[in-house]
Design a protein around this ligand. Sequence first.
Ligand code: ATP
Length: 297
Amino acid sequence: LLQLSAPLFLLGMMYREVKQALTNMERLFGLLDERQDVQDAPDARPLVATRPSVRFEAVRFGYDPRRQILHDVDFEIPGGGTVAVVGHSGSGKSTLARLLYRFYDVDGGRILIDGQDIRQLTQASLRGAIAIVPQDTVLFNDSIFYNIRYGRPEASREEVEAAARAAHIHKFIQSLPDGYDTQVGERGLKLSGGEKQRVAIARAILKNPSILIFDEATSALDSQSERAIQAELERIQRGRTTLVIAHRLSTVMNADQVLVMDGGRVVERGSHGDLLARDGRYAQMWQLQQREAEREG
Ligand code: ATP
C-alpha cells in the first residue's frame, strides 16, 4: 500500500497542476463556462510552419446553436503580416481569437494555417505555435520566475531572464527583495496592469511563437508605459503572423489590414488610410474617438 500511495499522491498533485494550468488558460479567454471539448482528429498532423499564413473562410460560429455570433467571416493574414480587428463591444473580436486557438470548432467554413485546416492539426502543435497576450493577464499563485517560464516550461534560467529583459521587466524584478522568487498572484505581490502585461509579453517572447494573438488593454495605462509596451510588442511582432484586437491608433496605423466587425460580420476592411477615405463605419468610429479624446483633454 505504501508503495502504491506515493505515485498516486504524485499523480494527484500533477492532476491538480494540470487542471490549474487549464483553468488559467481558460480564464485568459474568459471561458469558465461549459464548452464542447475539441479533440484531435485520428489522423491529425503536427503544424510545421515558420511564417504561416492564417485564413478564415466563411467562418460561422455560435457558442449556443440558437444564437449565431459569427456570420461568414472571411479574411487572411499573410505570413508574417498583421491584421488588426476593431469594432464595438460584443461584435465578435475575441471570438475570432478563441477560434484560431481552437477553444471551439467552427460551425461552418474553415480556418486554415498555411493552407491546412486547423481541425487536421494536433492541438499540441497548434497551441505551441500560438502565443496570446491577453488584455488582463492571469498570474498563478507562484513565483514570478514560474509565471514567466510558463511560456515554455523547459526554458532555462538564462532564457527566462533574457525574455524578462526583452520585455523590460528584468530590472523591476531584480529590484524586489526576493527577485525572481517573489510570490505573485492573488496571494502574493499584486502587479500593476502594465507589469502584468510585461509578464505576458515575456511569456510570449519565451514561447517564440510563429503566430501572435494580442488583445490590447482598453484600460488606460499611463502613456509612458503604454509607449514602452507598444514598442516591445512591435519588436516581437516582426516576422510573426499577428492578429491584434486593437484599441490604439498606433496599432491600426501599423497594421497591414484593419477589419471592422459589427454584429459578427466584417463590415469594412482596408488600411487605416483607405478606411478613413471611405468615410463609412470606421471613419465614424474614428471621429467619435477623436471627439472623446478632445473632451477628455
Ligand atoms: P469586447 O470588445 O467587449 O471584448 P468582442 O467584440 O471581443 O467584445 P466577443 O467576446 O467575441 O466580443 O463576443 C461576441 C458575442 O458572443 C457577445 O454577444 C457575447 O455575449 C457572446 N459570447 C462571448 N463569449 C461567450 C460564451 N463563452 N458563451 C456564450 N456567449 C458568449
